[in-house]
Design a binder for this molecule. Structure first.
Ligand code: SF4
Ligand code: SF4
Length: 298
């Protein structure tokens, strides 16, 4: 089965999630709000000029790099690296273990045996609680010293300790929001609310439609697919990758994840044919060759 884009995408998603989680714990970057300080690479500085430049400059660089990426590659950040999108896809695996999601890998494991099903469901229940709590603690570690977070979370709950109560309230909020996002809101947030998704869609819409990266359906009509709908089922944002006017926009946009192209390569590969879906750009029509003026030649 062709899954090279899918595997590469999962690697990028895991890497981004790992980095986002580890950065504050390793002291690469975090704020220390109670102490009004900022930490860069393990060293602490006052949260004032010029030390704040260490936050402002990387932020501006990231904004410009992502704007350029969206202009050239559409909403590729959403499909490949956005932590929110990755977590929603991660929850899709849990939904599949519960019996109503569409993650192909988890579904294949669920079909193996009752023991596999039981193991996956037990793992899903543990993950459902552990992953949001880890996320909550990591987000808190961007604002509070990690040692303090560990101390407060491991101590018995003391309602007189305001810091500990706030921290546990935050963890409960992240837990509830994660479940809400993973089970209910899902990609509707990316389509309707996310400001960065809107910015990416605007940058992509300014690009030349013939050049911007997006899946393209080679044949002229859908009859070439027969009864196959594999790419539609593979699309986690539920768009039809074969549509001629496939959006890269805000409300119903493609995220350029590449899963549909992978799937079609597999389907057509079984028949010994090339994929009907591709990321290749159509060839630009050739300009007619200029006829040489005989007077110009020697
Ligand atoms: S249309 Fe294809 S590339 Fe776009 S989001 Fe859906 S599966 Fe991914
Ligand atoms: S996977 Fe390929 S063959 Fe199947 S419906 Fe999509 S484009 Fe057509």
């Amino acid at each position: 089965m062709s899954a090279r884009r899918h595997r590469a995408r999962r690697s990028v998603q895991i890497l981004v999630l790992l980095l986002g989680t580890l950065v504050p714990w390793l002291g690469v970057f975090r704020l220390d709000m109670p102490g009004a300080r900022v930490v860069y690479l393990g060293r602490s500085y006052p949260l004032e000029w010029p030390y704040v430049l260490g936050m402002i400059i990387p932020f501006l660089v990231v904004v410009w790099v992502l704007a350029l990426l969206s202009y050239l590659k559409g909403r590729v950040f959403c499909g490949w690296a956005c932590p929110y999108g990755s977590l929603v896809e991660f929850f899709e695996g849990i939904r599949t273990a519960a019996g109503w999601g569409s993650n192909r890998l988890v579904a294949a494991w669920m079909r193996r045996s009752p023991l596999h099903r039981l193991g996956l469901r037990a793992g899903a229940v543990v993950t459902l609680v552990a992953a949001p709590l880890l996320l909550g603690a990591s987000l808190a570690a961007y604002l509070y010293p990690p040692a303090r977070i560990l101390r407060e979370l491991s101590a018995p709950l003391d309602l007189g300790n305001r810091g500990q109560v706030v921290l546990w309230a935050w963890m409960a909020l992240v837990l509830a929001s994660s479940w809400l996002a993973g089970f209910l809101v899902r990609f509707h947030f990316c389509r309707m609310v996310c400001i960065y998704g809107m910015g990416q869609a605007m940058a992509a819409s300014a690009a030349d439609p013939a050049k911007v990266l997006r899946p393209r359906f080679r044949p002229g009509d859908l009859g070439a697919c027969g009864s196959c709908q594999a790419c539609l089922k593979a699309c986690f944002v539920e768009v039809d990758p074969r549509a001629k006017d496939l959006h890269l926009g805000f409300s119903a946009g493609c995220f350029n994840c590449g899963d549909c192209v992978d799937v079609c390569e597999t389907v057509q590969g079984h028949k010994g044919r090339p994929s009907l879906l591709t990321f290749e750009r159509p060839e630009a029509p050739r300009k007619p060759a200029r006829r040489e003026d005989p007077g110009e030649s020697w």
